[in-house]
Unconditional design. Structure first.
Length: 117
């Protein structure tokens, strides 16, 4: 399951850099959960060609991520926003004994997010 999630994220960020044909084949595998044979029949190509396209797309998308790090940046920012949400919930529930520490943590997380952008 982890691989399909990673493929989906990479495709979301970099999919537009693939050709239309590559996108159709890759979407069939990642989003539509079609078999190699189903995609091959739909596209009028061999199963081996579908397999090769998917492998090439995986490699290309990984290469884009290695260079640009957009997915990694997204994940870091998402984590910081989750931490802000947890802190806010604790604050609303009066679970934080030190309001000054809360304020400082919120400002720090906000500054880190802004720096990431």
């Amino acid at each position: 399951m982890e691989k399909i999630v990673e493929q989906g994220l990479l495709y979301d960020f970099y999919g537009e850099l693939l050709t239309k044909h590559q996108r159709q084949v890759y979407e069939g595998i990642v989003y539509d959960n079609l078999s190699l044979g189903e995609i091959a029949q739909e596209e009028g190509i061999s199963r081996q060609a579908v397999h090769d396209i998917v492998k090439r797309c995986d490699k290309m998308l990984q290469g884009y991520e290695e260079k640009l790090q957009l997915v990694a940046k997204f994940e870091r920012i998402k984590d910081k926003v989750s931490r802000i949400n947890r802190l806010s919930e604790q604050y609303e529930n009066n679970e934080l004994p030190d309001k000054a520490a809360y304020s400082m943590q919120m400002k720090q997380l906000s500054a880190e997010i802004l720096q990431e952008l």
